[in-house]
Structures are given as C-alpha cells and as structure tokens.
Design a protein around this ligand. Structure first.
Ligand code: ARG
Ligand code: ASP
Length: 713
C-alpha cells in the first residue's frame, strides 16, 4: 500500500473510531445508528431496542427514584439497580437489631419484601419529536409572544397525551431548544426491597475506590415492582401483586470476550459537550479548582472528625460521601482534560467550524458569530458565574448552620398564616422533630471548624465580587466564636428551647440578635439580589448562543455523529467491552476477579473490610457456573459514554442479554462530561455473573436466580 493512501485510511478510521462510541442517543432515533451498531457486532434490530407498538428493550428499563436507572429481569417484576441507588431505602430499613447495611438482607419469599413509601420507578411509554407542534403558529411573532404561544402549545400537547391513560407527559427542550421531545411515562409507586448484599460487598472499596479502576464493588441491590390486579401502577397496598412487564432482560451466562459489543440503556443526567474554549478554560483554570479547594477544607475537618470518633464517623458518613463524590470527580476531570489538552482540541474544532462558516455566505450569516459571542459572553459573565459557584459551595454544601437556617426561615415565612389558621402548634412540633433528626447527625465542633475555614476561603475567593458586608468587616474566626457560642441554629437544646417559646418577640430578637441567622439572611439576600439575576441572564443568553452553535454544527457537519447533551431523559450509548491505557507505560485490563477482593482486604484499609464468609468462599474457589476459565469476574469496563444518572443501567450484549450493571467511571474518564475520549473513557459495571454468585452462593437466595432467564453459550 502506498504510504499516502495508508495515512488517509488510518486517519479516516481514527476519526470514525473516535465518533463510534461517543454520544448518548435518543432511543426513538436509534435506527439511524443501526448499521454502525451492527458493524460493531450487534445482532438486534432497531425495533428490538425501541418500539412503541411492540414490546422492546426499552420496556425493561426504568427510571429509578428519579436519579438512577434500573432494569427488569423477570416476568414477576424483579428489578436490579445499584446498591448506592437503593442505599437510602436499605438504610431506612436497617436498625441495630436488623443491621442490613452490615449483614445484607434477603427476603425469603414475596411476603418478606419491604415497602418503600416515596420510591418510584418509571417506564417510558414513548418518546415523540414534537418540535413542529410546539412551534405551530409562532412564525412572525415577537420573542415574548413566541414564548407564550409555545408554552400554550406545550400545555395542550401534554394535556392531550395524558387523557384517560394514567400516564404522565412532559415536553423537554433538546439541543438547547432546536428540538422538543415529549416523554410519556408510566410511574410505579409500589417498589419493594427484595435483597441487598452487605456493605462489605455493595460498597466494597468505599471512598478509596470511588471513581477508580481496578474496582471490586458488588454495587447492586434488588427490588420488585408491584401493581394492582390489572397490572397498572397503584399506591402501596397489601393487595398489590408483582408487575408483569412488557419485556424483561434475559441474563447472560455466556463467556465474555474483550472487544465484544456492549450497549447501555439508561437516564444520564447532564453533559456539556458544546462549551466554548473560553468556557472550558474558565472551568478548568478557575471554577473547578476553587470548588475543589472549598471541599478540600471541609473534607479536612470532616475526615479528621470521622477518624477520631466513631459517633462522628456514623453521623457524617453519608454527608462526607456526597461532598467527596463531586470533589474526587472534579479532580479526575481536570486531570483528564489537561492530559488530552482539551482546550487545544476545542480551539481546533472552533477553527474548523469557522472555516466552514466562511465557506458559504448563508452559513456566515446564520452561524458566523456563535463562537465569538460565546467566548465573549464567558468573559463578560465569568465573575458572576464564579460568585454563583462559590455561593453554592458556601451556602449549600458548606457549614450546615445554613441548612438549618434555611429550614427555619422557610417555616418563619409562613408563621403568620399558620398562626391565623391555628396550625402553628402542630407545625412547631414538626419543626422540633425535624431538628432532632438534623442534630442527630450534627457535631457543633466539626461544623464550627468547617464554618471558619470555608468563610475565610469564600471571602478570599470572591475577593472584589458580591459578598455580604458582614463578611467583609468581621473575621471568620470572630464570627465563628460568636455564632457557635450563642446561635440557636448550632445547638439542639437552644433550638428546641427557642421553638417551645416561640412568639413575635422572640422572633424579632432572632432577626436582630442571632448572628448565625442574621448572617444567613444577609448571605441569602446577597445571593438572590446580587448573584442570581446575572446568572439568569447569563444562562439564557448562553443557551441562545448554544442553540445557534449546535444548529450550525448539525447543518455544516452532517457526517459527524451528532447527539443532544444529556438531560435526564432516556438514552442509549454503545461501545465495547474493553480496557484502556490512559497512562504511558500502564495498561488496565477490562476485568477484575474476586482474588483482587482478598488482596485489597489484606492491605488493612477499612474500606476493604470483609465478613468472613467472602474469604471462605473464595478460598474454596466455590464459583459454580458463574466462573469463566476458572476465574470469577467481579467488575468490567467498557467504552460506553455514560454520566451521573447512568448508575444502575444495564450493560446489554449483542443479543439483548444483561451482562452487568453500570455504576461508575474510572478517574481518567470523568472528563467525558465535557469531552469523550474513546481511548481513555471507560464505564465500570459489576458483572451480572458475580451478582448471581452473591445471591446464590454467598446469600442463599438462589430462588431469585431461578426466577430469571439465564442464557448460556
Ligand atoms: N461515583 C459513583 C457515582 O457518581 C458512585 C458513588 C457511590 N459510591 C461512593 N463510594 N460514594 O455515583
Ligand atoms: N456513579 C454515577 C451515578 O450514580 C455514574 C457515573 O457518574 O458514571 O450515576
């Protein structure tokens, strides 16, 4: 082969390669990708994946609790999701006598399955492109009239879609308002807990391994959907029966082969693939580092507290996990974006876009200013955006004093109405109960130190930007000493005493004398008046420019894979079962085995603690039919483009069988929220064979395995 031809071939295939796996596709449009998916090994048709008239894979995928994904795996409504997705339900059923967190829980039969008020799981009935209907009658209208007309079209369409069927419908903008889709859903509200492994499996590796490959977490839990006798959604009731789904996923007991086709179906939350170079630069150089720094400070205090006291460890475990999850993800994101030189990639893409724009007068008129305007807008508003991010970190993620103040303020805003209606006493009782729950997981000393460190950092970070006067005039140390000595917000006894004696006098005193509450009101006022209005303008102008930019991309680059940013709607992404080599000289294999569980446990790190049974079973190599070549796989990685919300999503093989449950990404991959790199970005799933092994061999719950349809080689 001639050298030049070879180079062309190579570059065409590498462009193709880099687009094959990127993207979160709308299921109703999947037929456009059928050929590409088949070329990668898929044996299904587009109609097997998504169909409105016949049952399809779609019907087995549920939006779980609004934030995660889950999949149906039996004809009796058995539902799998992540352990971390079912965690609050598992926690709420646990007590010292029944410590399901520590020892796991398995219902022996359906009557032992546990009800979960408030938990829902929704099936997507259909996804419909309603763009033209949303825009009907808007031609020639002024911007504000156009918006009104669109809103009324949307209400009408939604109303029509919900008539007489018990479904809910929502219309969401895609591609920043270039397109509108209606999502019709059927929501089940009797979803019971069937089983969970102990934390030492479901949370194995804890924060140490979070966002990390190699991984050994059995991050799964088991639920069941219940309906009325007519197989329709119903409130929780003893007379409900197991749901009989339109489709459930068969489970793959087949040999796994690196390179084989994988597909993920789920509800990804947010991606920001179209940020301009200047925006990404601001986020990488300024916004994220400052947010990380704020969390460095709070985590330093919380971690030390948790190390020194068991009570603090329990009190702060879930709060710490929440703060650390984002903190660790961002560090990984910046690292990844820097390694691939993401800014340069953006600049190159922008140059290509502008070159294209300049090739045609019509394009120049329509799209010529989009990139320049976006970059200019970032420069104009980045101080406002920075102030916003810092305020979020300070007021919403920082010292919990503000959380308590926000609750109290909300209650006080309805004080007069409650009093007039004679509902005050009952509400005060509720507030006291709420406060007891709050203070149960609260340590004054920890919060005081968090307050002092974050206040100082907040003031430094915001600098000349909008701050409440009090923070400019008084040092963090003085404020901390005064507030935590006297405020009712930081001490249970003082709070309850205040509540029990609540009257208009004490209310006045609170607003004039309680420094903690006063600071909250001032900071909140600063947030609402000096920060939020700018942010509203910024976001809406930026969305307007993104709309133009994306329209241009779609029109001018028809051969590139175009996909709308994630927006918590159902999506499909596909790739391969494969490892990665994100660092020079190091290579990750695509799977881990139970041997790694034992090795990690040997390190003595408490995040790798095990119950004795795991060691016994692994020592005996009691893997049964779940092994592959003498090994029991625990987790595997794939080149599927996922993000937060894809937790619990099924990893589906070429024939539509369940291979594993997605739960995380590797650290090197977290950049995929901004930019997908097919050589680095990997999702992490727990192998379904390990899940079945844990049910069958570890937990004596083989009846659940028997309920599923197993597909063998
Ligand atoms: N990083 C994963 C996600 O964003 C898993 C989080 C739960 N696990 C944990 N150790 N905090 O949701
Ligand atoms: N762990 C995430 C989730 O809970 C998934 C991810 O960000 O990759 O949705």
């Amino acid at each position: 082969m001639k050298k030049s031809a070879f180079i062309i071939l190579l570059s065409v295939s590498s462009i193709f390669h880099s687009f094959a796996e990127e993207g979160m596709l709308i299921p109703s449009l999947i037929s456009a990708f059928e050929n590409d998916m088949k070329a990668m090994g898929m044996k299904l048709s587009a109609a097997d994946i998504y169909s409105v008239n016949n049952s399809s894979l779609k019907d087995a995928i549920l939006h779980f609790g609004g934030g995660c994904t889950a999949e149906l795996v039996s004809s009796q409504g058995l539902l799998l999701t992540n352990h971390h997705c079912g965690y609050s339900q598992i926690q709420s059923h646990s007590s010292l006598e029944n410590d399901y967190l520590k020892y796991g829980f398995w219902a022996k039969n359906k009557s032992e399955e546990l009800k979960n008020p408030g938990l829902t799981a929704s099936r997507v009935v259909r996804i419909e492109d309603v763009t033209s209907m949303v825009l009907t009658g808007t031609k020639g209208l002024s911007d504000s009239d156009k918006l009104l007309k669109m809103q009324s079209n949307i209400s009408q369409l939604v109303e029509d879609a919900m008539k007489g069927n018990g479904y809910s419908a929502k219309i969401k903008p895609f591609n920043y308002g270039n397109d509108f889709y209606m999502i019709v859903k059927e929501t089940f509200s009797d979803v019971r807990l069937v089983g969970t492994p102990p934390n030492s499996i479901g949370k194995f590796g804890g924060d140490t391994d979070n966002w990390i490959w190699p991984r050994h977490t059995g991050d799964f839990s088991v639920f069941r959907v219940y309906t009325n006798e007519k197989n329709e959604p119903s409130d929780i009731s003893d007379s409900n029966i197991p749901y009989s789904p339109l489709h459930f996923l068969p489970v793959s007991m087949k040999k796994r082969t690196p390179g084989e086709f994988t597909m993920i179906y789920g509800f990804p939350g947010t991606t920001e693939q179209h940020l301009s170079s200047e925006n990404l630069r601001y986020i990488m150089d300024q916004e994220r580092p400052a947010r990380i720094k704020m969390r460095d400070k709070s985590l330093s205090v919380i971690n030390a507290g948790m190390r020194s006291s068991d009570l603090t460890r329990i009190q702060y475990s879930s709060k710490q996990a929440r703060i650390a999850n984002g903190w660790k993800k961002w560090i990984g994101q910046i690292g990844g974006l820097k390694t691939v030189d993401a800014i340069q990639i953006k600049l190159d893409r922008e140059a290509k876009y502008i070159e294209m724009v300049n090739s045609k007068k019509e394009w120049k008129d329509k799209y010529g200013n989009a990139i320049g305007d976006m970059n200019a807008l970032v420069k104009k508003y980045k101080h406002a955006d920075f102030g916003y991010s810092m305020a979020i970190e300070y007021l919403y993620v920082g010292p919990e004093l503000f959380k308590q103040a926000r609750n109290l303020n909300k209650f006080l805003s309805s004080y007069d109405a409650l009093k007039a209606n004679g509902e005050l006493d009952a509400e005060i009782k509720k507030q006291i109960n709420g406060a007891k729950g709050f203070f149960k997981n609260y340590d004054e000393n920890v919060d005081k130190k968090v307050f002092e460190l974050l206040t100082a950092e907040y003031v430094t970070q915001v600098g000349e930007g909008p701050l409440p006067d009090r923070l400019k005039s008084t040092s963090a140390k003085i404020l901390a000493d005064k507030i935590y000595a006297k405020s009712i917000l930081t001490n249970e006894e003082r709070f309850i005493k205040f509540m029990n004696k609540l009257n208009s006098n004490s209310l006045k005193k609170l607003k004039k004398k309680d420094l903690g509450f006063m600071l909250f009101l001032e900071a909140d006022e600063n947030f609402m008046s000096n920060i939020i209005p700018d942010i509203r303008i910024y976001k809406s102008e930026m969305d307007g420019l993104l709309k133009v930019y994306v329209a241009g991309k779609t029109e001018m680059f028809p051969n590139e894979k175009q996909w709308p940013d994630a927006n918590s709607t159902m999506r499909i992404t596909y790739g391969k079962l494969e490892g990665s080599a994100p660092h020079d000289g190091a290579k990750y294999t695509e799977h881990t085995t139970v041997d790694g569980i034992i090795t990690k446990n040997n390190s003595g790190n408490l995040d790798y603690e095990l119950l004795p049974r795991m060691k016994e079973l692994v020592k005996k190599k009691d893997y049964g039919p779940y092994a592959q070549d003498g090994e029991l796989w625990v987790c595997f990685t794939g080149s599927n483009h996922t993000t937060g919300g894809n937790s619990g999503s099924p990893v589906i093989d070429a024939e539509g069988n369940l291979m594993g449950i997605n739960f995380d990404r590797s650290w090197e991959s977290t950049m995929s929220d901004f930019m997908f790199d097919s050589s680095r970005c990997r999702n992490i799933a727990v192998d379904i064979k390990y899940v079945l092994w844990v049910m069958d061999r570890y937990s004596n719950a083989k009846h659940l395995v028997d309920e599923m349809t197993l597909v063998k080689d």
